[in-house]
Design a protein around this ligand. Structure first.
Ligand SMILES: [Zn+2]
Length: 272
């Protein structure tokens, strides 16, 4: 009996062992399946994120709200991109990288400045105004065409080649020296008055923009009394993104970007 019992116990033991082994194997299989599912899920999520980033960099049309405003303020002063100076003595660097967001009307702006621009346009429209972006990012080719057209205009008026070039340069930057080429400048006009002349400043749209643009990080880049410093004539339609901190200082203290940058660089040099 003992032997039989023990034999049975032995068989029972083997059966239990077999059952345990099967349970353990099943458990391992389930764990492996879960880990595989988790990893493939992560891989899928990552690939979706990457797609989203790729779409964001190359996207053609973006509506307001798709890019978070916080992203702009976060990146605002990390590498000084918002304070880059472009003028006659500071040309755009060759191969300057521009990541653009294309606007609905075909215009385009640096994706980092886009949320602030959209917010400014939305708020202006909410007050009943009709601002219209008539010019924004320009390639070097586009800038060259605009500049040559301007030179030709003065040539037809009897100016010499040199005088025509000098006069044209006051209104259309020499190719390579326009901040439109870095995607941080926009020309905004009133829909009801789309002429680029001094009368633009009288429109309700410009009055609102001049008063409020700094709240969104934009400045009126070429004020009338700063032409000597900027080298560009008064343009009451040209706005430049510089970030909220710089915009507040520039607009409230009636400075131009060149003066502001001089001031902060001398502060840094002075150890302040
Ligand atoms: Zn402009």
């Amino acid at each position: 009996m003992r032997q039989r019992e023990s034999r049975w116990q032995g068989r029972g033991c083997r059966i239990r062992k077999n059952k345990q082994w099967k349970k353990t194997s099943l458990g391992i299989i389930i764990i492996v399946m879960c880990v595989t599912a988790f990893l493939s899920g992560r891989a899928l999520a990552e690939s979706i994120d990457n797609q989203r980033i790729a779409v964001k960099t190359n996207q053609t049309v973006v509506t307001s709200g798709q890019i978070n405003l916080a992203q702009t303020t976060e990146t605002e002063s990390t590498d000084g991109w918002n304070l880059i100076l472009v003028n006659k003595t500071h040309p755009v660097k060759e191969n300057y990288p521009v990541k653009l967001v294309q606007l609905k009307n075909g215009q385009a702006i640096d994706e980092r400045a886009y949320p602030a621009l959209q917010a400014m346009m939305d708020d202006a429209r909410a007050t009943g105004l009709s601002p219209y972006i008539c010019s924004s990012y320009r390639t070097n080719e586009k800038q060259t065409t605009l500049y040559n057209n301007q030179v030709n205009k003065y040539r037809k008026q009897g100016y010499s080649e040199a005088d025509a070039a000098a006069e044209a340069g006051k209104w259309v930057a020499v190719p390579g020296t326009s901040e439109h080429q870095i995607g941080l400048a926009v020309d905004i006009v009133a829909k009801s008055y789309q002429v680029l002349d001094k009368k633009q400043e009288r429109t309700a749209e410009q009055r609102w923009l001049m008063e409020n643009c700094h709240k969104y990080g934009f400045i009126l880049r070429y004020p009338s009394e700063k032409s000597e410093i900027t080298g560009i004539g008064y343009e009451p339609w040209h706005y430049r993104y510089v970030g909220k901190e710089a915009a507040a200082a520039i607009m409230k203290e009636d400075k131009c970007l060149e003066e502001y940058l001089d001031e902060i660089s001398s502060n840094i040099a002075g150890g302040i």
